[in-house]
Design a protein around this ligand. Structure first.
Ligand SMILES: [Zn+2]
Ligand SMILES: [Zn+2]
Length: 238
């Protein structure tokens, strides 16, 4: 499993980084932020080859790229179905996002289906060789938010991703023994609903992942002394 950090930014383009998007090989995405279609094209991914998008939570910097991905497929004569796996209410939130962005787009007939599957806490769903498990975290997004764990049965590689969240012990379970834990490092100091570097450092010894890589950094985190950390950047292959 080749893991590419397509977008390593926060919601606001801090540091000139694209919004959150992680590619697993060339067919599966974890999160698809509002800027992700551009980021995919910049990095040579074929958007029509994406068969599955797994969503951590329903904020636009994590799922707001789906209307663009779906419409792009429509205009480029995509024929393969797209599966979206996300929090409860993903289907209605996606339809609303499409209607607000491109009226009529949520009901138009296409050559491919968009199937929506909802996460069930700590319940694994299988996508080809990938096993995806969501763990509920602490982040207000109008629906439950999740950290995600992906285990690949072929390569025996595993990647965990925090999504956006305050510290929660669910992150220990989600990243247990993972090869890579891609973790939010939003601010230097604690802030509500997000993970800060002080709290993450205090809990680092409780994490059993092989490698921890920070992502989703705000301007204050980007300006801080990050020498103790590994930092993701757009295009990083893990
Ligand atoms: Zn975010
Ligand atoms: Zn968020």
């Amino acid at each position: 499993m080749r893991t590419t950090v397509v977008g390593s930014g926060d919601a606001f383009g801090s540091g000139g980084r694209f919004q959150t998007c992680i590619a697993l090989d060339r067919h599966t995405l974890i999160d698809c932020g509002g800027t992700s279609l551009t980021a995919l094209r910049q990095q040579g991914f074929d958007p029509n080859a994406i068969t599955t998008v797994v969503i951590s939570h329903l904020h636009a910097d994590h799922f707001g790229g789906l209307p663009f991905l779906i419409l792009d497929g429509q205009f480029r004569r995509r024929t393969s179905d797209l599966t979206v796996i996300g929090p409860p209410s993903t289907g209605s939130r996606l339809a609303e996002a499409m209607e607000v962005s491109f009226p009529g787009s949520s009901t138009v007939r296409r050559r491919f289906e968009v199937r929506v599957v909802e996460h069930v806490e700590a319940t694994t769903q299988h996508i080809g060789s990938l096993a995806v498990t969501p763990y509920e975290v602490r982040h207000a997004a109008g629906a439950p938010a999740y950290a995600l764990r992906v285990d690949d049965g072929e390569s025996h590689r595993s990647v965990a991703y925090s999504g956006d969240t305050e510290w929660t012990d669910a992150l220990i379970e989600a990243s247990d023994g993972a090869d890579v834990f891609l973790c939010e490092g939003y601010t230097p100091r604690p802030v509500r609903w997000h993970l800060d570097l002080d709290t993450l450092a205090a809990n680092r010894h409780r994490l059993t992942c092989e490698r921890l890589v920070l992502t989703h950094l705000s301007p204050t985190a980007l300006a801080a002394d990050l020498s103790a950390w590994q930092i993701a950047h757009d295009g990083l292959v893990l």
